[in-house]
Design a binder for this molecule. Sequence first.
Ligand SMILES: [Zn+2]
Ligand SMILES: [Zn+2]
Length: 165
Amino acid sequence: MTHFVARLAVPAVILLIVAMVPACNTAPEECEVCHRPMHAETYYEVHLENGDTRALCCPRCGLRFQQEREDVAYAEVADYATKQVFNTADAYFVEDSEVHACAHSRVQEDRSGTQYQVAWDRCLPSLVAFDSRDTAEDFRKTRGGVIKTYDELVAELALAPKPIR
Ligand SMILES: [Zn+2]
Ligand SMILES: [Zn+2]
């Protein structure tokens, strides 16, 4: 009986620990493409044709990843306000608002201490998603930016030059 209880107790403790961790932490802690920290409010997930998924830090990073791939089946994104994940086809994105969830500071220092301006950042211009146009519009009024649909963003990507590898 004692052995039986002991054997049960270990998984029970693990289960308890897992249950205590907030749900958003079940996602990887860093972006699988650019290795920046993840943010639940800008979570982006790309589903590939072979069933694999990639968890990304934000919609901009996700769209840039999609631009480099030919095998994207569909993508999902978190609503910036509720953190609920849903299909990007139903999303209203706000581009270039003042919210920069994962961008580095504009001015950086190299190892010699020389400062330089960041000219290109794969997470800029910033992009956040909402599941309704009304919420996106409310956000845009206070934080700035332009509202775009997923189709519009994908069409722009198709025209944009491919990133240099
Ligand atoms: Zn990223
Ligand atoms: Zn990002």
